[in-house]
Design a protein. Structure first.
Length: 269
């Protein structure tokens, strides 16, 4: 049976300012714990078995650990995607019993490149520190890298670090996804061709066979799984367009997105 994965952009607020970010700033909303719990219950009721907690920066939501704990108790596989700034050793210990995977976002080991990308000049040091703490705590770690025109030549430095400092998960390379807000605005500055991306990915995979490297093209990114925005909108993205099913906080009846995906695949075939 196919896994039922859902991404929850639980907040659009962030403590970084990435040039390629496609978070929907127009969907900002601040729900309290009870309102978020209502949305979580509906996500679970769809038959979801994995939630990716994302944003913005998911850990900016004060009660996120309580929600993550509840999801864990309901048998959900919890994955957190984070820039790592708020993932202190104390926060790692708090979350460790309830999370299955932490995906740390880093796009370059060049501090100037990180600055140009909007992550800040200290981002590399922060992520290296978090990798060490997570690995020591026994938490599975992935690395997510968005490949753009600004960092496509920086992948070797990351490969060298990961070869010398193995992580327990995978290094996922994703091509720049020009949809929504800032990503769309910066398309001309950041976009690379599919050929450029695949050529570089092939070279990196061949150079570092001892690292578990995966990659995703834009079509795969779009069809990865449904998502819930910070304002409660439930959506899937197809052909660079968001298809909204309704609002998880306010609408009484919403079509199960996993059932919709089945119908979509049949139509595409």
């Amino acid at each position: 049976m196919r896994e039922r994965k859902m991404c929850w952009w639980i907040t659009e607020k962030c403590n970084e300012n990435c040039e390629y970010c496609f978070r929907s700033l127009s969907s900002i909303n601040k729900f309290n714990f009870d309102e978020h719990m209502k949305i979580l219950e509906r996500i679970i009721d769809f038959g979801t078995d994995q939630i990716t907690w994302s944003g913005g920066e998911a850990l900016l939501v004060d009660h996120a650990p309580e929600l993550i704990k509840y999801a864990h108790e309901k048998g959900i596989y919890n994955k957190i995607t984070t820039n790592g700034k708020l993932l202190t050793p104390e926060k790692i210990e708090e979350l460790k019993p309830y999370i299955d995977l932490v995906a740390l976002s880093i796009d370059s080991f060049n501090d100037e490149t990180n600055k140009k990308l909007g992550r800040g000049i200290e981002h590399r040091k922060t992520v290296m520190n978090r990798i060490n703490h997570l690995m020591a705590s026994g938490v599975k770690v992935d690395i997510n890298t968005v490949v753009t025109s600004l960092n496509i030549k920086d992948l070797d430095d990351m490969g060298e670090f990961l070869r010398e400092n193995p992580i327990s998960g995978k290094w996922k390379l994703m091509t720049f996804f020009p949809v929504r807000e800032k990503a769309l605005k910066n398309k001309d500055k950041l976009e690379i061709s599919d050929e450029e991306f695949l050529t570089e990915v092939k070279r990196i995979i061949e150079k570092y066979p001892d690292i578990n490297i995966t990659f995703m093209m834009n079509d795969e990114i779009q069809q990865q799984y449904p998502g819930v925005r910070a304002n409660g909108d439930l959506l899937v993205t197809r052909d660079y367009n968001d298809m909204i099913f309704g609002n998880m906080a306010t609408d009484d009846k919403i079509e199960n997105p996993f059932e919709y995906d089945k119908k979509f695949q049949k139509v595409k075939k």
